[in-house]
Design a protein around this ligand. Sequence first.
Ligand SMILES: [Fe+2]
Length: 297
Amino acid sequence: MIPEQSPFNLSNDEAYRAWRDTKLESYPASIEQLIVEIKDPRQLTPTEREAILARVRKANMAVYVSDTVGDEDKQISHRVSAQFGLTRLWLDPNRLADDDGVTSLRVREDDEVRTLYIPYTNRPIHWHTDGYYNEPDKQIGGLNLHCVRPAKEGGENTLMDHEIAYILLRDADPEYIRAFMEPDAMTIPLNDQHGFNRPDRPGPVFSVHPERGYLHMRYTARRRNIFWKDDEQTRRAREALESLLASDTPYIYRATLQPGMGLISNNILHDRSGFNDDPAHPRLLYRARFYDRVGGT
Ligand SMILES: [Fe+2]
């Protein structure tokens, strides 16, 4: 149950309008406003940290540009995240992640299981939030992506604050939100292959954290291995969200992370375009996902 006073309660229009107006006031008009120049992500100055935090508070994401070009150090991902209270790492139960919980994302043609999973290939990844297949109490709150080396071409990320998606959908028709909050709106069917042992995972698209009250989104645009609730309301909501994500709204940002750059965010909507590697210098990104959200957001 969503508390009466929550802005995400569909029957409380007043609280919603107040929250929405604050959210949209001075909302970043371009990704440039989300970029923070820092020296070393492993050891932020108070000013650098505050600048990143302010952006995440506003838009659920910030992009840093650091002096760590050429530094192949997975501790960057651990340490930058910890400074924002991101410490409870989600450990990939399928064991595809490296042992310390920070995943090295790179093309793994040498590995026959990994090549079946798109993050380890150069194919495009469609819009999603992270961990949409997790148990309800193991949803991803925050994440860090840190770029060691970009691809030769492509590998662009598209980013959208999930709270903005909520606002645009609710303003268009609150029934979209009602459909997306149904506990069986979106089901990821079981996966019992390649060491996975995951049953069906039904759940809502939008939910509100029972204690902390923040809005969480669970979504994937994938077409295969997914069951959407088979009714008219859910179909309409899906179509509205798909059109929004395919639109040229200024709320969708694009960025191709360059060496030393990284994303600190809550679990926002994102995708990744396909890419081509220079075999001598293949794309390498570190990714860490946490149960925690960025501190203070
Ligand atoms: Fe992702």
